[in-house]
Unconditional design. Structure first.
Length: 364
């Protein structure tokens, strides 16, 4: 009898623990997966699990292939597909044939939306002449980006030659790649038209997270992946109140829900900052000896910001409400993220010349 009572108490305790701390149960589901979540601007790690473990990353490899292509300056080039480009191609495909003509840009679209392995091979051959030489370019680029646990072998991510990377490296790569506007545009498209020879066909993105939107943001990319060796792999980017959260999961069976879950956890780490100040600037030319000016903006950030204010030490009138009399430069992580106008809050008559000065201050 006492055994039954003890079992009931243990069972009740476990249920209480799981309801009180649901993250424990959910996160344990992914204990064998690699998970890395970072803030794009700072590359600060927001969540981690096995982030440096060497793993096959499947078609998320194409993030690097596309990144190299969009930086080549050759996106408008017409590529003629050769038999050599199609050797060993299997799995996802745009179904290119020898002698097809397609732009390098459309190859990137086919590679990132439908995960075309034929497109990835064609990009590699066109830009470097061979798979092996393109792999060298990929690995040299990875080294420059600080990807210390990565070795690429193919442009597509197929497991030939045992390539590997890790969740952290793929997150860093994605953060850099998203700074390229063309890359960011391609990976955010739900569908696109590509032209092969004289035929236009519509392709659709495999990344179904692009269909999700929230009051505080939406998913804006970037790449799915799967092989039997790698399991399900997914790299996503989610906008959140002016920030971008990058999430990488490797060998994660429930990756769609996992990315929503981990992003929801990590967005709670951002703090709300209301940046505002009212400034009285000396006025010359009327009975009133100053003009009320101000600026204001709300941010959600991991850390506080630095503000440098540049404004006129005095103004000659007239001044109209809304006139720009200076600028507040907002720095975050030592980078300028915005220039806020310092504007007059009132109308005052008369006129004259203006000079410029600077002050600075730290908020927080």
């Amino acid at each position: 009898m006492w055994v039954i009572v003890l079992f009931k108490k243990i069972f009740a305790f476990v249920l209480t623990l799981l309801f009180a701390y649901p993250n424990i149960a959910y996160c344990s589901t992914y204990s064998s997966s690699s998970v890395c979540v970072i803030d794009k601007t700072t590359c600060q790690t927001l969540y981690e699990n096995n982030i440096y473990e060497h793993r096959s990353v499947a078609s998320t490899t194409k993030i690097m292939t596309c990144f190299i292509a969009v930086q080549s300056g050759k996106l408008n080039d017409e590529v003629t597909v050769t038999d050599e480009m199609l050797v060993g191609v299997e799995g996802s495909s745009l179904y290119l044939k020898a002698n097809d003509k397609i732009s390098l840009y459309d190859l990137c679209v086919g590679m990132m939306l439908v995960s075309g392995n034929d497109c990835a091979n064609a990009v590699a051959y066109y830009l470097s002449g061979s798979i092996a030489e393109f792999a060298n370019i990929m690995n040299n680029t990875a080294k420059k980006l600080g990807m210390k646990n990565t070795m690429f072998v193919t442009p597509s991510g197929l497991d030939d030659g045992n390539p590997y990377s890790c969740a952290y490296d793929m997150a860093i790569l994605t953060a850099v790649a998203l700074d390229n506007n063309t890359f960011a545009k391609i990976v955010s498209m739900k569908s696109a038209d590509v032209k092969i020879n004289d035929e236009v066909k519509t392709v659709y993105n495999h990344n179904k997270l692009l269909n999700y939107s929230f009051d505080d943001g939406k998913f804006v990319g970037v790449k799915t992946g799967f092989t039997e060796k790698a399991g399900r792999c997914l790299v996503s980017a989610r906008e959140y109140n002016g920030n971008t959260i990058i999430c990488v999961t490797l060998n994660c069976p429930d990756d769609w829900d996992a990315h929503i879950y981990f992003d929801d956890i990590c967005k709670k780490k951002y703090n709300r900052f209301c940046i505002k100040n009212q400034i009285n600037i000396d006025a010359v030319g009327s009975g009133k000896n100053y003009v009320k000016c101000s600026y204001q903006k709300e941010y959600y950030l991991l850390d506080n910001v630095k503000i440098k204010e540049y404004y006129y030490p005095f103004v000659y009138l007239p001044v109209k409400k809304g006139d720009k009399l200076g600028v507040a430069v907002v720095y975050y992580n030592e980078k300028i993220i915005e220039r806020l106008p310092i504007e007059a809050d009132e109308d005052i008559k008369n006129y004259g010349k203006q000079q410029f000065s600077t002050t600075s201050k730290i908020y927080g």
